[in-house]
Design a protein around this ligand. Sequence first.
Ligand SMILES: [Zn+2]
Length: 60
Amino acid sequence: MTAIATAPEQAARLDCDRCGVRALSLAILPRGGELAFCGHHGRAHHDHLVAAGAQMISLP
Ligand SMILES: [Zn+2]
């Protein structure tokens, strides 16, 4: 799979990688890999992730 512009279907069920609650955002890392974040941690890490070149996706 090369399409990264849209969140994969399974992304809607991810849990935050920091605290384990339901994730509201997903960061696609430029070197590969993904990190899921809840609202709190998504905001806390957003600027750093964007600066690192990650693509942020909002989950439903
Ligand atoms: Zn969290």
